[in-house]
Design a protein around this ligand. Structure first.
Ligand code: FE2
Length: 419
């Protein structure tokens, strides 16, 4: 048995408490718990469930630089065109090596749950095969969900819908699609119908790249929401991006927020990615590409944040640091009241877990796997204000990593000369 003492558990305990772990599972939380063979004093630090990256493209990481894939317009559509060329050169070994490097970056910053979209518009399904192998190899350390994602369309890419189904049969967890990239609205709608059909047929989750455009006429989220609501699949479905919902008129948004509440649809916003990619056809005022995060959150609709890209043809930066994503996201969404700051860690923890449908094994509770992070802060507010580092990531009661608090070789002493 192991006991983590003097923890401040996010959204559960203002006062310090102890966590008892046996065989990788939390057996008790509270004070005056039985003695354990190993006792670790967390000294009042904030303990949160692991970060969840709800949207990442692990087959693209590190293809943004030195591959000839420079995206000169900085748009989503040129990114897709550049990737089209890069993926022809992708090998199984190369895909696996880059993805592992990306996972390492994320896990080293506290992520333990990743949903990755893998491009299946590829007759060889190279990226998918690499990711299926990695998912199995790393399952004890990081939970990975794979979306069968037709990056160049289900129909704009010939046979894309068949490749998606093939990927589902091979073991992908979620059906993906990209309706705003199809060649016409009707074909985008057809891809949404096909997405839902495939999810029902194969009993899979759904995650659609939905309305990733400033075009206010792009309203595929309306059809997606209606179809999954009819199937009772809203909570098993995510709409990623929905940038155009941030540009839509208020009457439409008002109607849709009510329907989203009814369906239980989940939303994934990618704040750094879309702040960079969107607004490219605007002069000024220039839109920032964010969906209505604040209004979704205020309405009780589940919304979370994700990284999306790590150095790929769509976005040059990205390092898997979800605290950085949260920091950007709450600024862009203007969700920084003190009340919002106290609970905005939800956007990279609990809300992401709900989106991934992993709530049954997520959270710091008796009977759940002992998966949690120790942050270098003593409250949620300080964690966000200071963009706190992760001091330790614990998985099934064991350290995935542990690092020392930052220290100075030369202490800062502003007052030395005044003494
Ligand atoms: Fe994406």
């Amino acid at each position: 048995m192991k006991k983590f003492t003097n923890a401040r558990i996010y959204r559960q305990h203002d006062e310090v408490t102890d966590i008892l772990v046996d065989k990788g599972v939390i057996t008790q939380i509270g004070k005056n718990l039985p003695k354990a063979g190993e006792e670790i004093d967390l000294r009042g630090r904030l303990v949160v469930p692991p970060y969840v990256d709800a949207h990442l493209h692990l087959d693209y990481v590190y293809t943004g630089r030195n591959t000839g894939a420079t995206n000169n317009t900085g748009t989503l559509f040129e990114g897709i065109a550049r990737w089209h060329d890069v993926k022809k050169t992708q090998t199984f070994e190369d895909a696996k090596e880059r993805a592992l490097k990306g996972i390492r970056e994320e896990v080293s910053k506290g992520v333990q749950f990743i949903r990755t979209h893998i491009d299946v518009d590829d007759p060889k399904l190279t990226g998918l095969k690499a990711m299926l192998e990695i998912r199995e190899q790393l399952k004890d350390n990081v939970t990975i969900q794979i979306v069968a994602f037709p990056q160049e369309g289900m129909y704009a890419y010939k046979g894309g819908d068949e490749m998606v189904e093939e990927a589902l049969k091979m073991g992908a967890d979620c059906v993906g699609s990209i309706p705003h990239f199809e060649w016409a609205r009707e074909i985008g709608e057809k891809s949404i119908h096909r997405t839902v059909e495939l999810a029902v047929k194969h009993n899979k989750l759904i995650d659609v790249h939905c309305d990733e455009t400033d075009d206010v006429m792009s309203r595929f989220v309306q059809l997606l929401n209606a179809l999954v609501m009819a199937e009772g699949m809203g909570p098993r479905t995510a709409a990623s991006h929905t940038c155009s919902f941030g540009s839509a008129d208020n009457a439409y948004a008002f109607r849709m927020l009510g329907l989203f509440q009814q369906s239980g649809l989940n939303f994934i916003s990618l704040p750094t990615e879309n702040a960079y990619l969107q607004g490219r056809q605007d002069s000024y005022p220039k839109r920032r590409g964010l969906t209505r995060v604040k209004e979704l959150w205020d309405s009780g609709v589940n919304v979370c944040f994700g990284q999306d890209s790590i150095n790929d043809p769509w976005y040059p930066a990205g390092n898997g640091n979800l605290m950085n994503i949260l920091d950007n996201g709450i600024h862009l969404a203007q969700t920084m009241s003190f009340d919002e700051l106290d609970r905005c860690l939800d956007l990279i923890t609990y809300n992401g877990a709900k989106t991934l449908n992993v709530q049954d094994r997520y959270g710091i509770e008796k009977g759940k796997p002992a998966n949690f992070l120790v942050l270098d802060a003593d409250s949620p507010f300080e964690a966000v204000r200071q963009r706190a580092d992760v001091l330790a990531s614990i998985r099934n009661g064991e350290y995935l990593f542990k690092r020392p608090e930052p220290s100075y070789e030369v202490e800062l002493d502003l007052f030395r000369k005044t003494r």
